[in-house]
Design a protein around this ligand. Sequence first.
Ligand code: NAG
Ligand code: NAG
Ligand code: NAG
Ligand code: NAG
Length: 960
Amino acid sequence: MGMGWLFPLLLLFHFSFSHSRCHSHDNLALLHFKASLTNNFTYNHPFDNPCDHVYPTIETWENETDCCSWSGVTCHPISSHVTALDLTCGGLQGKINANSTLFTLSHMQSLNLAFNDFSNSQIPSTIGEFGSLTHLNLSFSNFEGEIPPQISHLSKLQSLDLSADDDEVELRWEEGTWKRMLQNATDLRVLYLEGTDLSSTSMRSLNLSSSLVTLNLRGTGLKGKLSDGILCLPNLQHLYLLGNFLLHGKLQDLSCASASLKVLEISFFELDGPIPDSFSNLTHLTLFDLSYNNFNGSIPPSLLTLPRLNSLLLCNNLLSGKIPNVFHQSNRLEELNLNSNNIQGELPSTFSNLQHLIYLDISYNKLEGPLPNKITGFSNLTKLILADNFLNGTIPSWCFSLPSLEYLHLSGNQFTGRIPAISSYSLRALFLDGNKLQGNISESVFNLVNLTHLQLSSNNFSGSVNFSLFSKFQNLEFLSLSNLGQLSLNFESSVNYSFSRLRVLDLSSMGLTEFPKLSRKVPVLQVLKLSDNKLNGKVPNWLHEMDSLSNVMLDRNFLTTPVDQFSRSYRLGCLDVSFNLLTGGISSSICNVSTLQVLVLSNNKLTGTIPLCLVSSPFLYLLRLERNRLNGTLPNTFANNSLSSLHLNDNRFEGPLPESLSNCMNLEVLNLGNNQLEDTFPHWLQTLPLLKVLVLRDNKLHGPIYILRTESGFPSLNIFDISSNHFSGPIPEDYIQSFESMKNVVQDEVVGNPQQYIQWGYGIAPITLTTKGTILLFKRIPINFVSIDLSGNIFEGVIPKVIGELQALRGLNLSHNRLSGRIPQSMGNLTILESLDLSSNMLTGSIPIEFLNMKFLEVLNLSYNHLVGEIPMGKQFDSFSNDSYKGNLGLCGDPLSMKCSHKHGEHPPPSQSLWREEKFGFDWKPVAIGYGCGTVFGMGIGSLMFFMGKPKWLVRMFGG
Ligand SMILES: *[C@@H]1O[C@H](CO)[C@@H](O)[C@H](O)[C@H]1NC(C)=O
Ligand SMILES: *[C@@H]1O[C@H](CO)[C@@H](O)[C@H](O)[C@H]1NC(C)=O
Ligand SMILES: *[C@@H]1O[C@H](CO)[C@@H](O)[C@H](O)[C@H]1NC(C)=O
Ligand SMILES: *[C@@H]1O[C@H](CO)[C@@H](O)[C@H](O)[C@H]1NC(C)=O
């Protein structure tokens, strides 16, 4: 009572003083800015969108109202000038030009345009006119092109966010702009540049503001050596450096690092050496990520005792030794606990520390030994990933009693014994595959009612289990039960199994003779893998009726299903029925499956021709029909589709090579070997930009190989095999000179770094290659495998000198031709050559002493030529036998019985220094026949999960 009058008065006061009307210039400028854009409510930012929905902020801006009251606009309380604009997730679309009235708002201090769509706009140079700007956020707004030099005028900037997610349209820093900006903006505290292009800049030249608190340079293409400077910034709290593959070096002593550091992310680098043991002052660190590097040595125990650490990621390195002792010390703690009940409050800090850990990933390393038997702490641990190490012993029971553990990944180790008793049911994902676990699958496993992922494949289990037990897992999405040793899975043919959420089911290598009955009660199954069983006859009808199925792998069975039957599976994306007993033809009805991306029917007894429509089907990515009895001419209807890998080798095709293959701009692998194709050399393939493997061996191809001069001939080729044909004339020197990809040595593979593999075809697909005199089947080919095979033709003339430029060559076979003249000395430049066959030609002169540079040479065949003189002496030459040289009447010296008379001594003895002991550069990995339709299994799932929440450019890089 009595005070009722006060409220309207206050309101009046409020309006007339603190909200004076917006400055008229600013009002107009904002209206013009609004008019230059459109509002698209359906615009959905493609990636990691933090916008729940579009906020059509700008729609509220109306003429004749006070702009200071508009949403997203903040004015100065006295001058009424617009000082801040926040249009995040505003659904704005259009171009922002340098003459936009936005830039006339000269009092602007904070501008946020994040998560809109300004495609085709560059950041306007007039941004530099915002002299008072302290906060600028243009992230995820599709700006592209060079960042304007004027950005360095923003000397008051405290926070800059230009993050982007698209690696096709990028924001690019010129080194000068970047340096000037850092020089001028000395108050910068927050810098987010994820996904912008800093490749013009090296780490060394980073002169970062000491006021930086948060620095995100993920995926910026920075190169050079990791500098200490960045780790020692005095105020740094968050450092994100993921995915800068060109950065290398070692992690130096971290004792200089700021004690307030909370996040340290240095993953996907090329760092090596040990992890330094200098973390004691990083008492605020919560996330430490050194994954995907080449760190070696053991895990420093102090790392596990950081008091606030909740995520420790060390996966995909070369770490060895045992898991640090700090775990074992917990044993002592448990004893203490038994003796005293109120010791809890006084625990030594190192033990209570472990309470914080939520996420521990040390997978893909070389850790060994057993896990500790007992452990305390870890009460908050949610994810424990120790997969792909050499850990052994039994799985301790604590793994199944941690109260918060949801994700336990112990795959790919050497664990033995039984699955221990289970006393915590928090687990959602359990991966125990690829170990040596024994006994039956314990019943308590079936009480893990929250499981969504269960992978038990490849163990030595025994006993028997009813498959229906697995339907107890109501939430199960992924079930892998392949190759379980002696364990038999019992299926009842009367039961219709029910898995309402199952998406992936792997029952391969289980000796199944019948298809398990799955149908409507498995409504969302996408991937069904029944490889390597004893299934025979036809595929049951229900399979074709499951609309959800996209990947079906039935390889290595005894199926006789006609291929036509699969034409009813309209939604299928991937079908693998290789290594079966399929007969008959492939009719054009297969093209009804218009979604087909992968078709693998290799190693069957298929006859007839390839339907024309198949090779032009729009999504086809991988087509493997090799090792059948297909015949006729090859279809000439190849279209510019997604076709990346085509294997038609070992059939009975005849006639010409289809020239329409030159339409397949995405083609990477073409294998037409071992047919009866009759044509001249397919020059028209030389412009395919991605072609890496060209195998035409064992056909009736003929004639000389002339180059058709273009800018580049086969620029990406790594494997060129045209052996056993009738090609004649000189060795195609011009082509050899244009094999650009064979000139650059790619570093040796590093185990566990998937980016070093070219994924031949869809996921992991095997390929056979002749190398070192034997045919090997590669599961996947390391990117550094480079070879040329011209053997068994009628090439004549000399070996061109330019061959010495192909320094990435690992295999070279010119045998069984009519080559003459001397062996060029330049071949000594092929220093990583592992296999060289020049046999059965008419080569003259001596073996060049330069051959001693071929330090990795393992196979040498120079037999049946007209070579003379002394065989070079030295380590790898000592390992070659007579067979390498026989049929050359003029050669002398070891290992031949003919000794050289040293009077004319053609060769001085090689200097010892040439023979440094070096380990073999390349680990040949022949593997057993067998592969899947994709990377959904094994590593695939692990990385799939890993990549959830990773930036798109990273996922794309690894084909996730
Ligand atoms: C809105 O944006 C979407 C892309 O997100 C685009 O396909 C659509 O054409 C846009 N609508 C208008 C009216 O521009
Ligand atoms: C605002 O309204 C006034 C009066 O109706 C009009 O003259 C002016 O052109 C309008 N301005 C804009 C930007 O629409
Ligand atoms: C602003 O610049 C763009 C392109 O630079 C031009 O097309 C447009 O006409 C200009 N607008 C004004 C109002 O000057
Ligand atoms: C640094 O900032 C000041 C103030 O905005 C500006 O005048 C100057 O041109 C900037 N220097 C560079 C190198 O951009």
